[in-house]
Design a binder for this molecule. Structure first.
Ligand code: FPP
Length: 246
């Protein structure tokens, strides 16, 4: 039975979040510069997005650039920004063919103008696609996002738009960058690291975590399928007992 046939389409995660890690190590293994790893990471992004569409996953969120990544060598940061612009531009056609809507979260005002412009252009162009929402986390960190939400809520309280005692988890969630997107049920991290690295901390409260030793440039749709098969074997209890679930 193929991997795809082993998946129960009725119990798919709606939202899969991915920490794409290991580009640098992949390049180093081959005696190449880190940028070569990022370039090959794009191949993995394309295949994973196509795999998500093939499977019927409605939301895919990729950690493409963290707030902390700004501290990398200037040349690497510049190369990553260039790669983002060129990839988003080149892949717009594929996104349209696959019915994928592009979205972005993070402090987008810190991105170079060229990058933000290309991003917003493709977001607009793909806005009516309905097969899958591909969210790129760019200049993103969860603590930044949560602090930003707290600030905006505080301003509303100050201005009398909302009462402090009326703040609920739902209202808080509506002030995060991911407002309107269901929480991920599955979070994948590549490269053998077992960390969350400031990614979607609020949203992954109940997510199943899946770690693979594959380095990101080697990741393909079959690896996504394997992660989903593993997810479907788990019992999601949300604090209840097995007996209550059955
Ligand atoms: C982590 O590997 C990867 C990144 C910081 C960048 C991810 C970017 C891409 C896959 C390319 C462009 C993406 C899109 C969506 C167009 P690392 O450099 O931290 O690897 P290391 O841990 O081995 O050093």
């Amino acid at each position: 039975m193929s991997l795809l046939e082993q998946i129960d389409k009725e119990r798919l995660p709606q939202h899969v979040a991915v920490i794409m890690d290991g580009n640098g190590r992949w390049a180093k293994e081959k005696g190449k510069l880190r940028v070569f790893g990022h370039q090959n990471g794009v191949v993995a992004v394309r295949d994973t997005v196509e795999g998500a569409v093939e499977l019927g996953i409605k939301y895919l969120t990729l950690y493409a650039f963290s707030t902390e990544n700004w501290n990398r060598p200037r040349l690497e940061v510049m190369a990553l920004m260039e790669l983002l612009v060129s990839t988003i531009s080149k892949e717009t056609k594929t996104l349209m063919e696959n019915g994928v809507r592009l979205n972005a979260i993070g402090n987008l005002s810190t991105l170079p103008e060229k990058c933000r412009k290309q991003l917003l252009e493709t977001i607009k162009k793909t806005s009516s696609n309905t097969n899958c929402t591909l969210t790129l986390a760019l200049s993103y960190s969860s603590r930044w996002e949560i602090t930003d939400a707290a600030k905006r809520i505080a301003i509303k309280v100050r201005d009398g738009e909302i009462k402090a005692e009326d703040i609920t988890e739902d209202i808080f969630g509506d002030h995060l960058n991911t407002a309107g997107i269901p929480d991920p049920e599955l979070m994948i991290r590549t490269s053998g690291e077992h960390r969350i690295s400031n990614y979607l901390l609020w949203q992954i409260a109940y997510a199943e975590l899946y770690f693979t030793s594959k380095l990101w440039p080697d990741f393909r749709r079959q690896d996504l399928f394997e992660a989903v098969i593993d997810y479907q074997k788990r019992e999601r209890r949300f604090g209840m007992t097995s007996e209550q679930l059955n």
